[in-house]
Ligand binder design. Structure first.
Ligand code: SAM
Length: 328
């Protein structure tokens, strides 16, 4: 079975947000004022996530990413990953983390079948890291990145939200890092997302500008795309150990090729990060829905997927939902 939407896109990638809680307070992610947390009973339980994952895989989902909030703050998360990893038919499981709790979890993540890591790190400067995230955890994150590389995790993708006047002075430094280390350095255009403005609403830096600045360091050769690739345009400096990825949700949206569906921490299926459309799966599941009924909810969610998010054309400045509960 496959999940095909109204625009003939094959949906085979599910991102699961396992919590809306996070141990960092990134200025550009957390909204102003009080962060309203989901109630414990409103968050999907592990056995519910596992059942949804199993149904998703039976419908042709091949790749699952565990995200949040910060997935590593949820107790017992590694056991959930182990269980999902063991589901037959799944080709790829990965995690997106801020890396703060990664070091102590690396071994168990490896044993649970994780090989691919996405780690968010917007700056290489300790003081700036503290300013952006509200925590003095740069060293903890950096140590876990190096340890993960030693252990053989591959690829290790470092996600940088590129923001004017925040970290644009580090574009070349991150570019150089890809030459000496085997990391995939990925620059993501900042998106004005959230129901309430975040404390910092920076300007995004267009990927073309980032590429131009990187090209001053040396020639960038394009890397051809492989089956499990996401939306990044991939490049490598000659002889580099790592690579560069440019992700351009603002200037070159990749909606035409979007193969994603999201499961929010509160148990809704969300077909587009940047649209408020979502459908509740937690309610039916808790009310005794059969697998066939849950399959129908998946099909409905996929049919609700918009053709594109039109981020640059919409009148509204803010896009619906908090990153922390939808999962980036
Ligand atoms: N806590 C995990 C982490 O930090 O990677 C996973 C959740 S976090 C919401 C997922 C990703 O979304 C991070 O790489 C974060 O930098 C990114 N993100 C958050 N707000 C963003 C925004 N407004 N525009 C672009 N990316 C954003």
């Amino acid at each position: 079975m496959t999940l095909v939407d109204a625009f003939h896109r094959n949906i085979d990638y599910l991102r699961i947000s396992v919590t809306d809680r996070c141990n960092l307070r990134c200025l550009y992610c957390v909204p102003q004022g009080e962060l309203i947390k989901l109630k414990h009973q409103d968050i999907l339980r592990y056995e519910e996530i596992l059942r949804i994952a199993r149904i998703a895989i039976s419908l042709g989902i091949k790749k699952i990413r565990i995200t949040g909030g910060e997935p590593l703050v949820r107790k017992g998360i590694i056991s959930l990953i182990e269980s999902i990893s063991a589901l037959s038919g799944l080709q790829d499981i990965s995690i997106t983390t801020n890396g703060v709790l990664l070091l102590e979890n690396l071994k168990r993540l490896w044993n649970a079948g994780i090989r691919r890591l996405n780690i968010s790190l917007d700056t290489m400067k300790r003081e700036k890291y503290r300013h952006i995230t509200g925590s003095d955890k740069f060293d903890a994150v950096w140590t876990s990145i190096e340890k993960a590389a030693d252990m053989g995790f591959d690829p290790i993708k470092i996600n940088i939200v590129a923001m004017k006047n925040v970290n644009d002075d580090e574009i070349e430094d991150f570019g150089s890092l890809s030459m000496t280390k085997p990391y995939h350095i990925r620059f993501i255009e900042y998106m004005p997302i959230g129901t309430k403005p975040s404390r910092l609403r920076p300007e995004y830096i267009p990927s073309v500008e980032i590429k131009k600045r990187l090209e001053a360091l040396g020639e960038l050769e394009a890397i051809s795309r492989s089956a499990l690739d996401g939306p990044a345009e991939r490049y490598r400096f000659e002889g580099a150990k790592g690579e560069i990825g440019l992700i351009s949700p603002m200037t070159n949206h990749f909606c035409k090729a979007c193969n994603r569906l999201r499961l929010t921490a509160a148990g809704s299926l969300r077909p587009c990060l940047l649209s408020s459309r979502e459908i509740d799966i937690r309610g039916p599941l808790r009310n005794g829905a059969t697998d066939a009924e849950l399959v129908e909810i998946f099909r409905k969610a996929v049919m609700m997927k918009p053709s594109s998010h039109g981020m640059l054309h919409e009148k509204s400045e803010l896009f619906p939902g908090e990153m922390s509960s939808i999962g980036g």
